[in-house]
Design a protein around this ligand. Structure first.
Ligand code: NAI
Ligand code: MG
Length: 367
């Protein structure tokens, strides 16, 4: 099979962590016949330096033509002064918007070797493996009206509007149920139907979607604030959590911190299946940014990016076995005691970005 990938390393440590993914791609092409057809593009500050935009039309087209986009990170102090609409972050927002990536997947996994280093009790997080599915293109971040009105009496009024249509809830619920089938077969939907009309509709549509197509999956509902408490109290009660854009933003950050460093956290953003091929548009990126404070020093942890590549194998190319092996390789390397600086521990060797990438590749080869 031909598998078209676009690499957009971006800025700062984005370029350093992408080097480690390229090693895996080369190995899989040369030795496993993976058939990755790889294009490269510029995004963020790198694109701005080259042609004054956060992503060019040409590279936007490459993204549309690709089966999946592997994204690094964008931004940095060098571009602090550039105009708002061509700032580095605008490139990522444009990709998400034009590719209609409405489903944001944020796993929270606790690697056994790191269970002790969390600030939480070991039994609360050991073996944790949950997935938050956040609606990414609707809700209060985008709804109209969205403005600040001058009331004329020394007062102003800030307005954001939470809007969800049936189809938007149906499609995100569908993604959550389908993913649940590949995991623990359980979905918890979170909203605030007690105080929000959009929450009432959310609850109704998720329930109806479940009745119509996914009755084999276990579904329950939770108010989002209570859900936040439960996430911290006993996160292992969850398998897949589905929620709107705002609640998902907050709950996924909470869930992320259950498991440790930013340098460990992958994410995926999925769109609708292509009419002809059935392949979903998708972009895979680490949760972290370009980390200007450590860029260029070989200190970045490449695991978030490598784990997001594993998600790409799983969700875009149905290479489930390879994805499992890659995730196992990461766990084994951590078990062996290797640590980058961000997850450093007393008495364990601290390794560089490329040493960590090489170690994961070697484990992957050996498995
Ligand atoms: P950041 O995620 O870049 O860094 C936060 C802290 O975590 C820093 O101390 C950094 O050294 C550390 N860190 C992050 N990733 C790491 C890794 N892989 N290994 C080891 N340590 C790591 O967030 P910050 O500092 O708020 O933003 C820096 C720049 O990145 C800004 O220009 C911001 O706009 C941009 N940004 C871009 C994102 C993206 O491209 N999706 C997301 C978040 C921020
Ligand atoms: Mg956030």
């Amino acid at each position: 099979a031909v598998r078209k990938l676009l690499l957009l390393p971006g800025d700062g440590i984005g370029t350093e962590i992408m080097v480690e993914v390229r090693k895996l791609l080369a190995y899989m092409n040369d030795n496993l016949g993976a058939g990755f057809e790889i294009e490269e593009g510029l995004v963020g500050g790198a694109a701005h330096d080259a042609h004054g935009k956060s992503i060019s039309e040409e590279h936007m087209k490459l993204a549309h033509d690709a089966d999946a986009v592997l994204f690094g990170a964008v931004g940095g102090p060098k571009w602090d002064g550039v105009p708002y609409d061509v700032r580095p972050e605008a490139g990522l927002l444009r990709l998400r918007k034009e590719m209609e990536l409405f489903a944001n997947l944020r796993p929270a996994i606790c690697y056994p070797a790191l269970a002790d280093s969390s600030s939480l009790k070991k039994d609360v997080i050991e073996g944790l493996d949950i997935l938050i599915v956040r609606e990414l293109t609707g809700g209060v971040y985008f709804g109209d009206p969205k403005e600040i009105i001058d009331l004329g009496n020394g007062q102003k009024r800030g307005i954001d509007t939470q809007v969800y249509d049936t189809y938007e809830i149906e499609r995100i619920a569908g993604v959550a149920f389908e993913l649940a089938r590949t995991r623990g077969n359980r979905v918890t939907s979170m909203e605030k139907r007690n105080v929000m009309k959009s929450g009432v509709l959310w609850n109704e549509v998720v329930t109806a979607t479940h009745e119509a197509k996914y009755k084999d999956v276990e579904l329950d509902h939770m108010l989002a604030d209570a859900g936040g408490m439960q996430l911290v109290r006993w996160p292992k009660q969850f398998d897949v959590i589905v929620c709107d854009n705002l609640f998902g933003d907050m709950l996924s950050d909470v869930a992320a911190m259950l498991t440790g460093s930013l340098g460990m956290l992958p994410s995926a953003s999925l769109g609708a299946p292509d009419g002809k091929t059935g392949v979903r548009k998708a972009l895979y990126e680490p949760v972290h940014g370009s980390a200007p404070d450590i860029a260029g020093k070989g200190l970045a942890n490449p695991i978030a990016k490598i784990a997001s590549f594993a998600m790409c194998l799983r969700y875009s190319f149905n290479m489930v076995e390879e994805a499992d092996l890659l995730e196992k390789a990461i766990a084994n390397v951590l078990d062996s005691g290797k640590r980058t600086a961000d997850i450093a521990a007393p008495h364990l060797p601290t390794v560089s970005t490329s040493e960590m990438g090489d170690a994961v590749l070697d484990q992957f080869k050996a498995l």
